[in-house]
Design a protein around this ligand. Structure first.
Ligand SMILES: NC(=O)C1=CN([C@@H]2O[C@H](COP(=O)(O)OP(=O)(O)OC[C@H]3O[C@@H](n4cnc5c(N)ncnc54)[C@H](O)[C@@H]3O)[C@@H](O)[C@H]2O)C=CC1
Ligand SMILES: O=P(O)(O)OC[C@H]1O[C@](O)(CO)[C@@H](O)[C@@H]1O
Length: 552
């Protein structure tokens, strides 16, 4: 048996052979040497210690170390759920396995030991002080983040501070506890230590992520300045692009929650302690992260304090327009809209995995129509890779990978927040185009209708196509959407298309969901008709889908 915390002395041939037998490749670099170098010269710190960090960022740091291109590893801080550090990092010396699940059913694993230190940040205390001393080091070059889209939010829809942010606005840096509050307080420490340069790199999954990161940090700092906690010089520092940058990025690697099947497989191969961990806040972790083979990280090359040679580890460095095009290509066209479509129908039709959804011929036809015919004509071409080839891989290789334990439930979380980017942008482009006709969109109205049909129910329960009540994934708009959809009846006496149009009117008018008032478009009638058809009793969703794809 082997254990990830065991001594990885390069001369211990027996241990190395045992790892080899377990199918796990080991770090090639000198771990104690790396730890010493990182302590005196930290270069890279990450916020958000979840699974994507383990699938992408930490392995990139390891690749650079293995190639001898850097001597410094990566540090990781967690503000939202410090139990992640306490339960999934500290007991394992900050090590874990990165497990790649290949489409042929095989898996390859790497022991990742590039994480130098981990910080469970909870108010001011020793971890806060240790983190601040990292930020005071001139050697620090980049901060990356995966804190989810919600992590950047400071204001509500009425531009009022979110309840948990008010105390931070009013209490200044010493009251910081949110990710943005802590990051801004750390930048203050860096400013006070010598105003050294730093790149602040959001790697969260939404368009123009760097701009959003910058706006949030600046807003926090402005509120602190208004309260007399910081001087104008700090704001000037944050806005001086020769000091602080907020590059745009596109990141892509489907990384599901750790699966029991993977834990079992590793245990069977003789790796000890491969356990699933669920923190009290609900983050699903393990002693490994499972992910797919394909990955992309495209980042705007704007690092005022220099950067590690990321391109040597497979990262695309590009100009701002290219990154933006790559991101829009993925998020509004060639991946995420297809994912949402499959997740919605997967929930309705009872498919347990994402790969099973796309294995159903009607659903494959639906996302092929969506991707090739409706999205591809309006997505930008980043030129560094082909959108058509990217789309082909998503449809033919990545989502169908039967080895990936990804679920419709994971992808369908927060769908209301994803609608404007995943479908609203495309609708807006068709509306603005003189060549493209809005009524040529057939997949998009069907997906919107299916999503609304899924939400028919109450208290966070929806109704699947067999009429059973099912637990829906969390969504901040669930309450108000279900209140409106509560007027809908399912079954033989279900709503007519006309009734549906009147019930759906306030939802379709909501520009925060669709980016446009759909009632002003030909799509409203189409959605209402499809929605009403999907409400006509058991099997109506599958029947409507089948009938529609026959006409694509
Ligand atoms: N998992 C994936 O396939 C991919 C994820 N991403 C991005 O990475 C983000 C995180 O994904 P994972 O690490 O896989 O998720 P995860 O569930 O493994 O971890 C979530 C991470 O986000 C933090 N977090 C959650 N809510 C927060 C909040 N309100 N404020 C600050 N931090 C918060 C958690 O503490 C944790 O560190 C996603 O939301 C997405 O933006 C991007 C591409 C692929
Ligand atoms: O729908 P979500 O929650 O953004 O997840 C989409 C999935 O596709 C991805 O964009 C793949 O990179 C990941 O964010 C995630 O696996």
């Amino acid at each position: 048996m082997v254990n990830i915390t065991s001594n990885l002395n390069p001369s211990d041939q027996q241990a190395r052979q045992e790892w080899e037998r377990a199918g796990v490749s080991l770090p090639q670099f000198d771990i104690p040497g790396m730890k010493a170098a990182s302590a005196s010269q930290p270069r890279w710190i990450h916020f958000g210690a979840g699974n994507l960090f383990r699938a992408v960022h930490a392995p990139i740091a390891q690749s650079l170390l293995d190639q001898g291109l850097t001597d410094s590893g990566i540090l990781v801080a967690e503000t939202f759920d410090p139990d992640i550090i306490r339960q999934a990092y500290q007991p394992y010396d900050d090590r874990f396995l990165q497990v790649v699940l290949h489409a042929d059913g095989s898996m390859s694993s790497k022991l990742i030991a590039s994480v130098v230190d981990s910080f469970p940040v909870e108010g001011q205390g020793s971890d806060w002080d240790r983190l601040a001393s990292v930020f005071r080091q001139p050697s620090l070059q980049m901060v990356t983040a995966t804190i989810t889209e919600k992590g950047y939010a400071l204001l509500d829809a009425h531009q009022q501070p979110l309840p948990w942010i008010t105390a931070e606005f009013e209490g200044g840096p010493s009251a910081a506890s949110s990710a943005i509050g802590v990051i801004t307080a750390m930048l203050l420490a860096r400013y006070q230590a010598g105003a050294y340069p730093l790149a602040m790199v959001s790697t969260d999954n939404f368009s123009r992520n760097g701009e959003r990161f910058e706006e949030s940090v600046l807003l926090m700092a402005q509120r602190w300045q208004a309260g007399g906690f910081v001087d104008q010089g700090f704001l000037d520092y944050l806005q001086d692009s020769s000091k602080i940058s907020f590059p745009l990025t596109m990141i892509d690697r489907i990384t599901p929650n750790p699966a029991q099947s993977v834990a079992q497989n590793l245990s069977d191969k003789g790796v000890e302690g491969m356990e699933l961990i669920r923190t009290a806040k609900g983050t699903a972790m393990a002693t490994f992260a499972n992910t797919e083979e394909t990955w992309y990280w495209v980042v705007e090359d704007n690092f005022p304090g220099g950067r590690p040679p990321l391109e040597q580890a497979g990262v695309y460095l590009a100009d701002r327009d290219t990154v933006n095009a790559a991101d829009e290509m993925k998020v509004t066209g060639c991946l995420n809209p297809l994912h949402t479509a499959l997740a919605v129908f997967g929930m309705l039709l009872g498919y347990p995995t994402m790969s099973q959804t796309i294995g159903q011929p009607d659903l494959k036809a639906l996302v092929s129509r969506l991707g090739y015919d409706e999205d591809l004509p309006v997505v930008p071409d980043p030129k560094i890779f082909s959108p058509r080839e990217f789309l082909r891989q998503v449809i033919e290789v990545r989502v169908p990978n039967p080895n990936m334990p990804d679920t419709p439930a994971r992808i369908s979380a927060d769908t209301s927040q994803k609608m404007p980017i995943r479908f609203g942008r495309t609708i807006a482009k068709y509306m603005a185009s003189s060549d493209l006709q809005l009524d040529s969109l057939k997949a998009i109205p069907l997906i919107i209708a299916a999503w609304l049909r899924l939400l028919v129910g109450r208290d966070g329960q929806g109704t699947d196509d067999s009429g059973q009540s099912i637990q829906l994934s969390p969504d901040p708009r669930m309450g108000d959407l279900q209140a409106i959809l509560g007027q809908v009846t399912l079954g033989p006496s279900a709503v007519s298309a006309q009734e549906a149009q009147s019930i759906l009117q306030p939802i379709l008018a909501d520009e925060s969901i669709f980016g446009n008032d759909l009632n002003q478009t030909v799509l409203a009638g189409e959605i209402a008709e499809l929605f009403a058809a999907c409400c006509q009793g058991q099997g109506a969703v599958a029947a409507t889908l089948h009938e529609q794809v026959a006409h694509f």
